[in-house]
Write a new protein. Structure first.
Length: 82
C-alpha cells in the first residue's frame, strides 16, 4: 500500500504588510515612517532625512504580527518566484 503524500497549503501574503515592511538578514523587522507623501517643503532637511531611514519594529508582538501577515517576507527578499 502506497503512502499518500500530505498536501501542504500555501499561506496568502497580506500585500499591504509586504509593501510596508522589510526583514533584515538577521531577522529584524524594519518599518518606514509616515508623513512623507505631501507637505514636504515646510519640513526641515534634517526631518526629511530622518523620514527616509528605516526603523526597527521594537515591540516583539508587532514583529510577530507582521511575520504572520507576510510569511514569505524573510524568504524572498525582492522578487518572489513567478
Amino acid at each position: 500500500m502506497a503512502k499518500t503524500k500530505q498536501k501542504k497549503y500555501k499561506i496568502k501574503t497580506y500585500k499591504a504588510a509586504a509593501k510596508r515592511f522589510k526583514v533584515t538578514a538577521t531577522g529584524k523587522v524594519m518599518r518606514t515612517k509616515g508623513g512623507k507623501s505631501h507637505l514636504r517643503r515646510r519640513k526641515s532637511a534634517r526631518t526629511k532625512r530622518a523620514l527616509a531611514r528605516m526603523h526597527e519594529v521594537v515591540t516583539g508582538a508587532d514583529a510577530k504580527r507582521v511575520k504572520r501577515l507576510a510569511p514569505y517576507l524573510s524568504k524572498y527578499k525582492q522578487n518572489p518566484p513567478a
